[in-house]
Design a protein around this ligand. Structure first.
Ligand code: GLU
Ligand code: ZN
Length: 293
């Protein structure tokens, strides 16, 4: 079974506790199975990229003792995304959307996932200056998450036809991620904030005739007022000079039993962690991040 894992940070800012949880979970899950682990920089949104964030992220991962088998960037893979869009267009599954954000906000129903696009522009030919939306089917997408069990999402109720290429020509995250995860990744381990998006990614993989990896979604680390920690909302960055207490906090956050001896350094931590990692112990609900690990 292919259990190749990956950690896929967006270079929008420094890593924080929630990123560490995702990195640690995907790393120990892959390594405990003797599988490869890759770092993919999700850098296809230049306007949102923070200067220096790529270097800062890799630096932090190094300080925390992560060892990756390969490092790659989405910005080097754009011809694959173009090919995927061409396939969808050839199959007449794409259309151009000229709706403004304001019009969508004013006319469209909201769901937990955001706006449910009602298909207003169906039938419009996709053009370079229009957003491209993919036509979704009536059938729900179903998958079994290795932490949270059976998941079922009706895209018609959750998102409607969703954007795969933005009006500014940039590729949508779900398109790039669906293509990349189908390319050699066996198991995607990441935060449960992406659980609903998984349905969109699986849907795209099916339309494109691509394989679908296994999924395991980890609890989201919540801040003091119950908000998701994120780079955009200014979550406290990880401290590079003090990896061990933060690694231990992420380990405990993921419901893992305490390690027998307090490890002396990250290398010792990883040796024990990889031996003792138990995906079945991972909590199925989101949780408050510990205060200042
Ligand atoms: N790069 C995205 C993020 O940081 C997606 C991560 C993923 O798919 O694991 O939220
Ligand atoms: Zn439209």
């Amino acid at each position: 079974m292919n259990l190749t894992g990956r950690f896929a940070p967006s270079p929008t800012g420094p890593l924080h506790f929630g990123s560490l949880v995702a990195a640690l979970g995907s790393y120990t899950q892959a390594r405990s199975a003797g599988a490869r682990w890759l770092v993919r920089i999700d850098d296809i949104d230049p306007p949102r990229e923070a200067r220096g964030a790529q270097d800062a992220i890799l630096n932090t991962l190094e300080h925390f003792g992560f060892e990756w088998d390969a490092l790659y960037r989405q910005s080097d893979r754009t011809e694959r995304y173009v090919a995927a869009l061409q396939t969808l267009e050839r199959e007449q599954l794409l259309y151009g959307c000229t709706c403004t954000r304001r019009r969508i906000a004013a006319t469209v129903r909201r769901s937990e996932a955001g706006f449910v696009y009602p298909g207003t522009c169906r039938g419009t030919a996709p053009a370079p200056d229009t957003a491209h939306r993919v036509i979704i089917g009536a059938e729900a997408v179903q998958f079994t998450d290795r932490v949270r069990g059976l998941q079922r999402y009706g895209l018609a109720e959750a998102t409607g036809d969703f954007v795969v290429r933005r009006r500014d020509g940039l590729f949508a995250y779900h398109l790039a991620c669906a293509v990349d995860d189908a390319d050699g990744i066996g198991e995607v381990v990441r935060g449960a904030d992406l659980l609903a998006g998984t349905a969109q990614q699986i849907y795209l993989q099916r339309l494109l005739g691509l394989s679908t990896p296994a999924y395991a979604h980890l609890p989201v680390a919540l801040g003091e007022v119950g908000q998701k920690l994120s780079k955009q909302t200014g979550a406290t960055p990880l401290r590079d000079n003090e990896p061990l207490p933060q690694l231990m906090a992420a380990w405990a956050f993921l419901g893992q039993t305490a390690l027998p001896d307090r490890p002396a350094d990250p290398r010792a931590f990883w040796r024990d962690a990889v031996l003792r990692w138990d995906l079945n112990a991972v909590p199925t609900g989101d949780r408050r991040a510990p205060a200042g690990p």
